[in-house]
Each structure stands twice: as structure tokens, then as C-alpha cells.
Design a protein. Sequence first.
Length: 256
Amino acid sequence: MNGKLLCPVCASGRVRNWFEDIWPDRFRKQARWCRDCRFGFVHPLPSQENLDRIYSPASYFENPEWKGLGYDCYEMEAYWRHAAAFLSHFGVPGKLLDIGCASGLFLGKVKAAGWEGFGLELNPAAAREARAKGFTVYEGHLEKWGLELGENSFDAITMLEILEHVLDFRQALGFARRLLRHGGVLVLSTPNRFGLPQTFVPGFFRKKAREHLWYFTRRSLTLLLEQSHFQILKLQSVSLIEPTLLAAARKSDVPR
């Protein structure tokens, strides 16, 4: 092996430097991008231990002094409105797992639409809050529960603003596929690297959350979902303050 850096999505060797940023606490973030699928990614990646220290504090989901970590106020996010519309259009109410459910905001919305909602959450304080609302919430990493929860257990899985945070996005989608029943629906959202602010505001991503590891484009997300054996039902860019790619995909058969 020659050690050449390849794109994590399309395996192209046409990778270029994108930006490098050093935060006040000396955290260093280096990002690259692929000239073929336009995917952006952090390299080298941080350790899981470093990421856990970011996600564990109770202030992660409500931090009025937001300085690039977490949310200033998670309850104000609008992703769930668009995701709920996708779910209503492509799914039939049944059992749903919301991966990264936070305080259970989205679970409350889908419950009203007839879904039996379950959550998976890494942040202990957010998990407790979701449980206080009456939801079953599995606490910890997807790597653990992706194996412990029964295969083909859910009719739908949602991953809203999750994919850009996980160290291994292929593994995360593999677990989602494992947990979905045949024909089950996956609804996910992730920031759009080519959204308007990202395109026209110099250094936009350097000012954004430092825990984001992956920066998807329509092309790279399409390729990844197809590689992960999902049939894309709809993929669009949703115009929010931070333009977001929203996708609905159905679990498909793996070719023999």
C-alpha cells in the first residue's frame, strides 16, 4: 500500500486539502474534500473518547453561550418537521427507532401520528428527559445496541443530524439496515455541504460545530445509501438556517 489518502465514500484518490482550524483550546481540525463526489471529511479523525467528552455534558443540547459545540437550544431545531412529513408520506405507522433521540422531541411528534416510538441516545441527561416523557430509550453507543436489539425489529428508523457525528458512517447505516424489517424506511438528515450559506459565506464550516466529521453532498449521500443497500425514495435539500439534506430510503435486498 502506498498510503495515499482516499475518499471514504467513493474511494477516489483525487483528495484535496479543504481547511485547517485551531480552536482557542488548541483543538486542531483538518478537513479534506473529494474532487469526484465532493464529499468533505475530517482527517485525521478524533478518538471516540474525545467525542464522548463532547456529547456527555447536560449542556450539549442547551447552551446559550454556544461556541461551536452542541446546540444553543435543541428545542428550537426544525429538522423534525420536515422529517415527520417524509415519514408520513413513505412509512406506515408501526415501531420506530429514533437514533440520537435527544430529549424525545421527535418521538413526541411521531407518537401523535400513530407510531410506537423508541429512542437511542448517548447523552445521559437527554436520555433521562426522554424517558420522563414515557418513552423507552436505550442509552449508549449504536455499536452496542445495534447488535443487542433484535434484527428486523423496526418498521422505521430515523437519524436526524446524526450521520455527520459518528466515527463510522458505514457501520451506522449497517446497523440501521439490520434493525429495519424488510421494506422498512430510513429517514435521515445531515448538513448539505453545498447549501447556500456554505457556498457563499467564506469559512462557513470553520465556524460550525467542531464535532462534525463528515460533510455530505447530494452526490456523496446518494452513493453511500446505495452502497449500504438502501433504495432511495426521495432526497432533497431543505432550506433551513443551515441547509440540510433530507433523505427517505427503503431497505433493499442484498444481491447474492
